[in-house]
Design a protein around this ligand. Structure first.
Ligand code: N7H
Length: 481
């Protein structure tokens, strides 16, 4: 069974948030940091804390009280360099590898190196990824995630935390490297990302945690997300403090939204799959939907391929209930490379002949948030980005190799994925949103699925790191002193 008082809240429950700050820090005095950490631990919100928040939010809503409930949430995670700095042996976070096998574990490598050798991030002349300076200096020891209902609440909590660690004083145990703030978008765009698509529909339901299981992908064993449970590939052999934790892949991803919108305008699909001639607006909308695999509303094109259906989109009993069933060699309804088919290929991998039986091990819990301002009139008119915006992508899993890294490298960046039968001319191509490499994909035009469309880069990675979010027991008993 899962101990909801021991697991950090963002992993299974998701810290409730309108706004979120990722406070990236360097430990400058390990002995003092471990002492100070004791004072942070009472602020760390567990899964049980999130469940209580959910109930309080519901009560607040039912009582029709004005405004948002004042809420904050704090979680903390460490990088491999952080554990080294603290003098903590984190070897049980890695698979027990044969030293001659040459397998490099992403957590141990750190994302800066992984980005170049595996994730496909563009690089600079010196071989570093083309990232913001803060992510290149190699001193990111951890991240404190602070969520809340408002900037005021989060800022107050952040100040409280700075006092705990004596930040900005001669007696500081940590130093802020950078803090990045994300915000849910305003008005009817709340829950939509900067390209305009509804996000956060499909996350795995977890056995032993979720009480409502909606029709769709099978629920996953808890160990796919939480270490030390069935489904964790290294369930046996984790040190005690390394159980009930999860790996956090954080990515600072900029989105070129005006350029994306211009691309849709320039390449409208002329006829839908039934041969109905589309207006340029309809054709552009269909193109965007086929790049994602969902309409902006969230309605899946596998169920409603040529017409948006907002009622279906809003119905959690139906909006995830599809599997690309019987479409191994067909992109008529959904392109092979559509973002949601690349990152969760469902029957493409679950059912023979190409299927291995299950994608359970490869699923991740996504917890991102948007950052940056809304598009300005000038940006819309020019079709060029003038202000940085995008997603602070964050996801949890018990294995980075099976989860985030594989989804980016082996699936999204690989033009031959998902494996398909027949049709040698219908190479899927890259994920049109996140794929890195020679970017093109097939299947966008339902009546001419072989046609490959070249794709500019719409998503630019500018930083990131891999962290481990320990249990409360691990924080108290091993990491704090
Ligand atoms: Fe993706 N977006 O916000 O527009 N993503 N994502 N993602 N993504 C999904 O089904 C997006 C990124 C996954 O179970 C939706 O919930 C953007 C990375 C997975 O069917 C939308 C960026 C990775 C799923 C977006 C981005 C993933 C998913 C549909 C980058 C992993 C669920 C909403 C800027 C390597 C698939 C939904 C499933 C869905 C967006 C990045 C993974 C709208 C803009 C880096 C697993």
């Amino acid at each position: 069974t899962l101990d909801f008082n021991n697991i950090q809240g963002d992993i299974l429950g998701g810290l409730p948030k309108r706004t979120e700050t990722f406070f990236l820090f360097e430990i400058i005095n390990a002995t003092k940091f471990r002492k100070d950490l004791n004072k942070l631990i009472p602020l760390v919100k567990t899964v049980a804390g999130v469940l209580k928040d959910r109930k309080d939010i519901e009560d607040h809503r039912k009582k029709r009280l004005p405004g948002l409930l004042r809420l904050t949430g704090v979680n903390i995670s460490f990088s491999h360099l952080g554990f080294i700095k603290l003098g903590i042996d984190d070897s049980s976070l890695r698979p027990p590898v044969d030293p001659h096998a040459g397998v490099l574990d992403p957590f141990e490598l750190g994302q800066k190196i992984d980005a170049v050798i595996n994730l496909g991030d563009p690089t600079k002349h010196n071989g570093d990824p083309d990232w913001d300076e803060s992510f290149l200096r190699g001193h990111i020891h951890g991240v404190i995630v602070i969520t809340g209902d408002s900037h005021a609440s989060v800022n107050k909590k952040k100040s409280e935390i700075e006092v705990i660690f004596g930040a900005h004083t001669p007696n500081a145990s940590l130093k802020e490297i950078t803090s990045i703030r994300g915000d849910v978008r305003p008005g009817d765009q709340a829950a939509h990302e900067h390209f305009g698509f509804l996000d956060g529909i499909s996350n795995p339901a977890v056995i032993g945690f979720d009480t409502v299981i909606n029709p769709g992908p099978r629920p996953v064993n808890p160990g796919v997300l939480v270490t030390g449970h069935p489904g964790d590939p290294f369930e046996i052999g984790r040190a005690d403090w390394a159980k009930d934790g999860s790996f956090l892949a954080f990515r600072y991803l900029f989105q070129k939204a005006p350029e994306f919108n211009t691309f849709l305008k320039k390449h409208p699909i002329s006829e839908d799959g039934n041969g109905k001639v589309l207006t340029p607006e309809e054709g552009s909308e269909l193109l965007g939907a086929r790049m994602f695999g969902r309409w902006k509303s969230g309605a899946p094109i596998d169920i409603t391929p040529f017409k948006d259906d907002p009622i279906l989109a809003a119905d959690s009993k139906r909006n995830n209930n599809f599997a690309f069933e019987g479409e191994r060699s067909s992109q008529f309804k959904c392109p092979f490379a559509a973002h949601i088919r690349k990152t969760n290929p469902r029957d493409d991998l679950e059912v023979p002949p190409t299927g291995t039986g299950s994608v359970e091990a490869n699923r991740i819990m996504r917890r991102g948030i948007q950052f940056g301002p809304e598009l300005t009139t000038h940006e819309k008119a020019m079709g060029i980005t003038e202000h940085g915006r995008g997603v602070l992508f964050a996801c949890y899993q018990s294995s980075l190799v099976n989860g985030f890294q594989l989804q980016q490298q082996t699936w999204s960046n690989n033009p031959k994925f998902p494996p398909f039968t027949g049709k040698p001319n219908e190479l899927p191509g890259l994920d049109p949103i996140i794929g890195q490499g020679s970017r093109s994909m097939s299947g966008l035009d339902p009546l001419n699925p072989e046609a490959q469309l070249a794709l500019p880069n719409f998503v630019v990675p500018r930083g990131g790191e891999y962290f481990f979010a320990p249990s409360l027991h691990g924080l108290k008993g091993t990491i704090a002193a």
